[in-house]
Design a protein around this ligand. Sequence first.
Ligand code: ZN
Length: 197
Amino acid sequence: MSDTHLFSPWVPLPGVFGSHETGEPFERCIECDCFLLEPGTEYIVEKAFRCYRDFSISDTVFEYAMCMECAEEMTNSLSRESLGRLENYFSQNVNLRERLSWATQDRPSDPGQWLSSCAIKGTSVEDLSEYQIVGHCTGDQLVLSIFPYLIGGEALDEVGVLLSNKTLDILDDFGGRHFGLPPEFSDLPRTRFMPVL
Ligand SMILES: [Zn+2]
């Protein structure tokens, strides 16, 4: 194994970024159905979890993979106002330098560090009752950069407040088209898809 390989910013896709149903990597883009597992095909995986600590179980609330072309198209359809606020929020709250430094450490093979706490609030994943993870993938590999990241419920609430009604409508429409809305969402003000910047 060469030094170059040791410092590779890609690792084999961990199971947590695979499909909850099959445990295997997602094969298709949720929007355009293109095949994702060709080497070099870039895409995003987003998964949302609810945790019930009293029962030591967690539920996958939704999950999908989306090719980069569709992710960019969706981002471009969101309001500029929302995107500007989101960019500010992330740049002010996420320690990008620290995350990039993890990718150049000499044991970057374990993506656990990226997913051990909320990227915004620092809350440990064990203390979260709700969170989402977002990964940047290429074929059957996970890219380690500022991705992947985990966002807890408190930060998701703050993100929701930053989004315009137009953006929330687009995200609601996406959720409705692909998932139907699970009953858990009915008591929430709006759905909680994270726009990927
Ligand atoms: Zn697509």
